[in-house]
Each structure stands twice: as C-alpha cells, then as structure tokens.
Design a protein around this ligand. Structure first.
Ligand code: ATP
Length: 353
C-alpha cells in the first residue's frame, strides 16, 4: 500500500476548476516534485495535502488514514514555504522548539531534540541568533529544522529555494536531499525550476493546466517526455515537425529528407504530422562515429556562455539549439552561416500527444 495516496482529487475555485482528477500513490521515503509553470495547480495540490485547502472531490490518505477533512494541525505534516516564515521575535533555538512546546513535550526532551535538529542542519553555533541576523539560506535551514522537529509523517516544501541566490540554491537543495534521505521522510516539493526537480527527486509530476501530463523518474521525464508540453517545459529538447512517410518502415520526412528512425510509428498513418525530439547533446556540427544523418541548416544565433557556446540553427523551419564545449580555438558562428547538422536517426524520439 502506498504511504501518501491522492485519489481522484479535484479542486475548483468558484466556477474555475484548477485541479482535474489527480491520482498518485507516493511511497514511504519517496521524494516527489511537482513541476510546472505558474498557475498549473501545483501549489493548490500541496495546500490540499497540508489541509489549507479542502478538495472539491477525492480523498487524501496518509498511511491508510483518510486526511481529507482533517485540519492542518491534525495531520502531522511539516511544511517549509518560499518566504522564511520564522517567528522574528524568537531565536533559532526557540523557533525550532516551538512545535515541541505546543505539543507539550518535557523541557529536557525539547532540549535534546532541538540540539539534534540544529546538528542536522549544521547550525548549532547560531542557536541564540534571531532570524534577522542570518542569511536567507540559514533561515531556510532553520525553517527546515523547525518543520522536521515534530517528526512529521510527510514533509511539504513549497518553492523553498526560489528566494535564494543561485549558488546557495544549489548547495541547499543538495543538503535538503541528503537530510531527506538520512531521515527517510516522505517529501513533496513544489518548483517551477526543471533543473531543481531533475536533480533532487525520485519522481517528478509535470503539471499542465491542472492535470498531470507525466509522472516519472527524472530520467523518464527528460529522456522520454510523454507530451510536447513536457518536452518543451522540462528539456532544452528540440522539437522538429515531421511527416510520417511509411509507418511500417518507421520512416519520417523532415523537409525533403526521408529518415528511418528507431522509435515506433505503429500508431501513426502515412501523412500524419508528428513531432520528433532531439536532445541537444545528440546534435553536432561534425560527423562522428555515432551520427548517420545530416541536415542542412543556417545559424540563427550563437552565444558565449562560459563553459559552452549555445548555438541555435534553423533547420527547415525548426529551431534547433545545442551547446558546443568552449575551447580557446573555437570561433563562434555568425548568424546566417550555412552549416550541416549531424545526429543519429536512432536518437530521434516521437512525441505522442
Ligand atoms: P504558482 O507557482 O504561481 O504558485 P501554481 O502552479 O502553484 O502556480 P496554484 O497556486 O496552484 O498554481 O494556482 C492554480 C490556479 O488556481 C491559478 O489559476 C490560481 O489563480 C487559482 N487559485 C489559487 N488559489 C486560489 C484562490 N484561493 N481563489 C481563487 N483562485 C485561486
């Protein structure tokens, strides 16, 4: 049996339905991210798990127990928000102790637990500080310690990293993942940042207008996107418009070029339009031992990004983007330059939606 079960969850605000029949079974100890653009319903699902919103239909169970109509404080859930919601007039120690005091724990036990939590986030030395005396990253670590102190059954993280600057964001997400694995706590994380979701999750739910377009491991989501939306939102995947020429022979046409692909076209008919995806790392301007297909293209733009030069080509009306590793001898290509794009036909994936 799954640990956190969301069954047929719906949510409407007035006449507007923002979550449509959402189903998911989350295992104990799993780290699941909800990824999607602003307004897709990911925060609403998190808030329903927390009990801040009531579903318009469906049930939420934790460990077999129906939570759907329980109040937030009856659910034993820990939550960390985007803005550091620490109590400003309490020290770090008092912030972490707060939930334990409310629960009526004995003072000596509170002391032991708070010290354990501060050790977990490596902030023992800041126990007497107030929130305003700490950086944003430190405050979020305290918020995490406070949420975990009460030993919640589920940890909910609502864009906890988005107010931090890029470097801290990466180190704190690694720290969150380590702590989550160390404690084995079932965690649901909301983000609109695809790299964040790919790097931290056991599974990702890609949300699109109140529905899950795809639920899968980071590798599933990146390598095998189920829909155009997932492909374009998650990856820097290139989508190429093609026509099915012969479904039995797995042959498509891109412009004037007939290409035999490995991916199955069994569900298509001759003349159908399909989108095929090409990962940027599978494209190159030089033929290699792996490549077997070449298409003519024209440079749209080329930008120097430090470790790589990102190049965009127009290939028969499709924009193809890929990175070339920087080396001092590399001359960036000029817009309008004619080039040849090389790739392996077996790297083309058919997107079905
Ligand atoms: P963001 O990252 O911007 O928070 P999100 O994917 O988390 O986006 P939600 O906050 O879940 O999206 O919102 C989904 C939709 O529901 C949006 O169109 C939003 O305007 C609407 N919505 C959310 N809360 C309410 C509310 N209390 N009353 C009315 N509409 C709401």
């Amino acid at each position: 049996m799954s640990f956190l079960a969301l069954s047929e969850i719906k949510k409407s605000f007035g006449p507007v339905q923002v979550v449509h029949n959402f189903n998911m079974a989350i295992e104990k100890g799993e780290f699941v991210s909800f990824l999607g653009p602003s307004g897709c319903g990911k925060t609403t699902i998190l808030r329903m798990i927390a009990g801040f919103e009531t579903p318009s239909g469906g049930t939420i169970r934790i460990n077999g127990v129906d939570q759907t109509t329980l109040k937030p404080n009856q659910r034993n859930i820990g939550m960390v928000f985007q803005a550091y919601a620490l109590f400003p007039n309490m020290t770090v120690y008092e912030n972490v102790a707060f939930g334990l005091k409310v629960a009526g724990m004995a003072r000596a036990d509170i002391d032991r637990r708070v010290k354990e939590m501060l050790a977990l986030i490596h902030l023992e030395h800041l126990a007497e500080r107030y929130p305003y005396q700490m950086s944003g990253g430190q405050q979020q670590r305290v918020a995490l310690a406070r949420a975990l102190a009460v030993k919640p059954q589920v940890l909910l993280l609502d864009e906890p990293l988005s107010a931090l600057d890029a470097k801290i964001r990466v180190s704190l997400r690694e720290e969150i993942r380590l702590i989550q694995q160390q404690l084995g706590i079932t965690t649901v994380f909301v983000t609109h940042d695809q790299e964040e979701a790919l790097s931290i999750s056991d599974r990702i739910v890609v949300m699109n207008a109140g529905r899950a377009d795809q639920i899968g491991t980071p590798s599933d989501i990146y390598n095998r996107p189920a829909t155009r939306f997932v492909a374009s939102f998650v990856g820097t995947l290139n989508l190429i418009e093609a026509t099915v020429e012969d479904p039995q022979a797995n042959r498509i046409r891109i412009g004037e070029h007939a290409i035999q692909i490995r991916d199955s076209l069994a569900q298509s008919r001759g003349g159908d339009k399909v989108a095929v995806a090409l990962r940027p790392e599978a494209a190159s301007l030089q033929a290699t031992a792996r490549t077997d297909t070449a298409l003519p293209g024209e440079v749209v733009a080329s930008s120097f990004l430090g470790s790589v030069v990102r190049t965009r080509l127009n290939v028969g009306g499709n924009t193809i983007s890929f990175d070339m590793f920087n080396d001092p001898g590399l001359t960036p290509l000029a817009a309008g330059e004619k080039v040849t794009l090389h790739f392996a036909a077996r790297d083309l994936l058919v997107i079905r939606d």
